[in-house]
Design a protein around this ligand. Structure first.
Ligand SMILES: NC(=O)c1ccc[n+]([C@@H]2O[C@H](COP(=O)([O-])OP(=O)(O)OC[C@H]3O[C@@H](n4cnc5c(N)ncnc54)[C@H](O)[C@@H]3O)[C@@H](O)[C@H]2O)c1
Length: 399
């Protein structure tokens, strides 16, 4: 039996996927509201394909509980924030979960840490909790992206970090119950660093694109044309600029390396700085466009999109929320709308796209949800600042 610990964006789909493929699973979360919702037959966040998977898992053998179970295998998918001061990982939640597992499990169990951790965290913080016990420890970091979780869970390549080949092979077999992607086995520290490096690579690439956007604006050049042509070089692949980097991975994981190697890392810290200051660059552009278009009243300006990326309801580290913070008193006046995020998250939140558009003369596209891509003609006649490069209406302003 598998006991999945932490039923959030990663743990819930993982638990459901195992159960839908015939394994006996208990999903455990310390938040009783999450468990109550799942027991009542409701999923706890929006994700394409999650409800059908939930129904398949319920037809199989899955239960939900706030209690840790006696199981053969534990999968730990609890949050791993970082300390805002030291930038180091805060592994206390992972450690609390593992301590509780150790209290209930029998010798011979396997604990798989799926949570993203900085290199060395498992040896330093988690392994000592297993002292004197015969428990296998594995790190199987998760790579899936919200919005494409169902597809990526099945098709992504995975990494299994283990202390020996037998354990690695057993865990590879387990994930093969649903994963058709290549599964690479390695040691735990390599698996830890690899996961953090993947997200750091993307952070740096996006920071480069964001810096190019600022540079091109100053040089009066089209950054998208520059990137499009540069990417025709066979060995160049620049990502897109945007309003900043949000979510729980790319905007968090690079800090682990800054925290642990403060004297060594340079580009990584700078990239974080560039991406973290991108919402303030967007604010600067909003003011420039308002001045150029003779718009004086911020309450006639609207932010489209509060989530951190397209077609999800996740607002963690969202550039739009950061922009609202930077707006100070004006945050209460600027209009906002996101079809996936509850109206009421902000003070001037509309409950439909048409209601939102009625209130504004200028739209700032912060997120490229399918809804706006498919309704772009509704924005005709508005002043538009498009931070996502998805609008081809005439006169649109870019970053
Ligand atoms: N969200 C993503 O896109 C993503 C992608 C890859 C990796 N990750 C990593 O996966 C991990 C989990 O992230 P998430 O987004 O699923 O987090 P989340 O906040 O959505 O979910 C975590 C869940 O764990 C529960 N929890 C906390 N402490 C617990 C405990 N001691 N026992 C039982 N349950 C507990 C919480 O109540 C919550 O429901 C993090 O390390 C994150 O970096 C996330």
């Amino acid at each position: 039996m598998i006991n999945v610990i932490g039923l959030g964006y990663i743990g819930l789909p993982t638990a459901l996927m195992f159960a839908a493929h015939g394994l006996e699973v208990v999903g455990t979360d310390s938040n009783s509201a999450v468990v109550d919702e799942l027991v009542a037959g409701n999923i706890t966040f929006k994700e394409d394909g999650l409800k059908p998977l939930f129904d398949r898992a319920l037809a199989g053998s899955i239960r939900f509980s706030t209690d840790y179970q006696i199981a053969d295998t534990y999968i730990v998918s609890v949050p791993t924030p970082y300390d805002k001061e030291t930038k180091k990982i805060d592994a206390s939640i992972v450690c609390a979960a593992v301590s509780t597992i150790v209290d209930v499990c029998s010798d011979g169990a396997t604990i798989i840490i799926e949570s993203t951790v900085s290199p060395g965290t498992i040896d330093r913080c988690v392994r000592p909790l297993l002292a004197g016990r015969s428990i296998d420890l594995v790190h199987a970091p998760e790579r899936i992206i919200p919005g494409k979780m169902m597809h990526e869970l099945i098709h992504n390549a995975r990494t299994i970090g283990a202390d020996n080949a037998d354990t690695a092979q057993r865990v590879r077999q387990l994930y093969s119950s649903f994963c058709v992607g290549e599964i690479t086995t390695t040691d735990i520290r390599t698996a830890e660093l690899t996961k953090v490096v993947e997200n750091t690579f993307r952070d740096i690439n996006i920071a480069f694109a964001n810096e190019l956007a600022r540079l091109c604006h100053e040089a009066e050049l089209d950054v998208y044309e520059v990137i499009r042509i540069a990417n025709m070089h066979p060995r160049v692949n620049i990502l897109n600029p945007g309003p900043g980097v949000g979510g729980h991975c790319i905007s968090v994981d690079p800090w682990f390396l800054v925290g642990d190697y403060p004297e060594t890392v340079d580009i990584i810290r700078t990239a974080r700085h560039v991406n973290d200051t991108q919402p303030s660059y967007v604010l600067h552009r909003i003011k420039e466009v308002m001045a150029a278009e003779d718009i004086n009243d911020i309450s006639r300006v609207g932010l489209y999109g509060l989530a951190y990326k397209e077609d999800v309801d996740d607002t963690r580290e969202s550039p739009s929320l950061r922009l609202l913070e930077l707006l100070g008193d004006d945050a209460a006046r600027i209009q906002t709308y996101d079809p996936h995020v509850d109206a009421g998250r902000t003070q001037q939140s509309a409950d439909s796209l048409s209601a939102f558009l009625e209130r504004v003369d200028m739209v700032v596209i912060m997120v490229g949800h399918d809804q706006i891509r498919e309704s772009m003609q509704m924005l005709a006649g508005k002043v538009i600042l498009d931070t996502r490069h998805i609008c081809d209406l005439p006169g649109v302003h870019s970053l």
